[in-house]
Each structure stands twice: as C-alpha cells, then as structure tokens.
Design a binder for this molecule. Structure first.
Ligand code: FPP
Length: 244
C-alpha cells in the first residue's frame, strides 16, 4: 500500500471523519463551455473516485455536502438535475456500496426531497444498515443552523416532558440531539474551488476540525488531491485548545 501513495501519508493517522464541501461544478463546466449539468455529472464521478480512495485509506466516515437548505434558490432546472443525479447515483450505486460493506446514512430534511430520492435513500439506508466498513453520510437538504434549531426544540420538549433537567444540559446534550449524533465530529473539512467559507455546513461539529481549501474544482479533485489534503492535515498540530 505504501508504494501506491502519491504523498507520504502515515496510514495509522488517517482522519477518521472527512467532511467535504464539493464546490465548483458550475465553474468547471463554464471553463469548458459546457452546461452546468455537465459539471454536476462530472462531480458524481469524483464522488465515486474519492469514496473508493477513502475506503482504501481506511477513512471511517465521509460526509458529503450534496444539497443545502439554500440550494433550493437555484433555477428549477438545476435543482431537477441535481435530484435526478442523486436518485440515479443511489439506484446504480447502492448495490456496490453494500457489497463493499459501506453503510449509507443521510442528514438533513430528507422528507422534503422528491419522492424518488426519498425512496432510493430509504432503500439504501435499510439495505446497508448492518454494514461495518466506511460510513457514507450524505448531507441533503441540510443546513447547520436548521439542525441546531431542531436540536434546541427537541431539548425544550424533553425538558417540558420531564425527561431532562435544565441543570443537566451540557454540550453533549446538544451534540446528542443533532442529526449527526451517531457520527464523530469531522477531523478534516475539505472545500474545493477556492471559496473559504462553511456555507452552513456542520456548524456545531467543526469546532476543532482542521480545514483544507484548494482552488481545484470538484470535478478535477481526485485520489492524489485527497492524499494531499490528508498529508497536509497530518502536518498540522491539533491541540484542541490545550498546549503540548
Ligand atoms: C457545488 O457546485 C456543488 C453542488 C451544489 C452539488 C454537489 C452535487 C453533486 C456533485 C451531485 C449530486 C450528488 C450526489 C450525492 C450524487 P456549484 O454548482 O456550486 O459550482 P459553482 O460554485 O462553480 O457554480
């Protein structure tokens, strides 16, 4: 395996959870005088490549920001393209994911997605629920602020119902009411395409994540770029607010 690496990665210190903001599909397409849909289609190919590499490197959790609560603002034709790509991806890929022991999960307001996406997602999650390999977590119709707001409402309900006492509420209470409650916080957040912002992604969970930004558009991101991100991550000194 060492010989197959583009960068001198320490395979014992690979991030356990990588979260990715897959940006730049539109710009990639524009640069090639192609419709934006072609960029998203190429972006799906990158998902396949990157996921395969994550599995090979033994990354336990991969979260992909595939559709935000704000992405509904895009023209209907583009939203339809993204939803079609999602349902086709799931239809074609779930069997392979299952064979590769990948466990599929989704965060976000899934029930508001088109029914064909909801059906494929639910089928995929059910089929793969006992798998123990890589966890693929798709953020769909997801927003970090929405997730925190929902957690606050649920905690208030629990207090009202006498299930928790106000004095007992701590940071774990909040983590345990988020849609990511079963997933460790991301070690590494990658954003492609030159933008350096979070765009409402995993706001609570990234408190101590390392960030990696690259100018490369998502369709051009590949195994080598992923390794570069991991290599950079491994060169950082994570202190979690303490000192060494
Ligand atoms: C950002 O590019 C990308 C998205 C908003 C969606 C990402 C979705 C996919 C790659 C495909 C569908 C998902 C799955 C899981 C199969 P952009 O359109 O914001 O690019 P731009 O900033 O250059 O315009």
């Amino acid at each position: 395996m060492k010989n197959d690496l583009f960068y001198n990665i320490d395979l014992n210190r690979v991030p356990s959870h990588i979260a990715i903001i897959m940006d730049g599909n539109g710009r990639w397409a524009k640069n090639k005088f192609l419709p934006r849909a072609a960029g998203h289609k190429a972006g799906v190919e990158t998902i396949r490549k990157v996921l395969k590499e994550c599995k090979r490197l033994n990354v336990k959790y991969v979260t992909l920001y595939a559709f935000s609560t704000e992405n509904w603002k895009r023209p209907k034709a583009e939203v339809d393209t993204l939803m079609n790509l999602l349902s086709t991806y799931l239809k074609n890929e779930v069997k392979t994911l299952h064979e590769e022991n990948v466990k599929l999960n989704a965060i976000g307001n899934i029930d508001e997605l088109p029914s064909k996406c909801v059906e494929e997602l639910k089928k995929g999650i059910e089929l793969t629920k006992n798998n123990t390999g890589c966890n693929l977590n798709l953020a769909l119709n997801y927003g970090g602020r929405m997730d925190i707001k929902n957690a606050v409402i649920d905690i208030i309900k629990d207090v009202k119902d006498g299930k928790i006492n106000i004095d007992e509420i701590n940071e774990n209470t909040i983590s345990n009411h988020l849609s990511t409650k079963s997933i460790p916080d991301p070690d590494l957040v990658i954003r492609t395409s030159g933008e350096e912002r979070l765009s409402n992604f995993l706001l609570w969970e990234v408190a101590y994540s390392e960030f990696y930004f690259t100018n490369i558009h998502w369709p051009d991101f590949d195994e080598k770029e992923l390794q570069k991100a991991i290599y950079t991550y491994q060169s950082r000194d994570r202190r979690f607010g303490g000192i060494k």
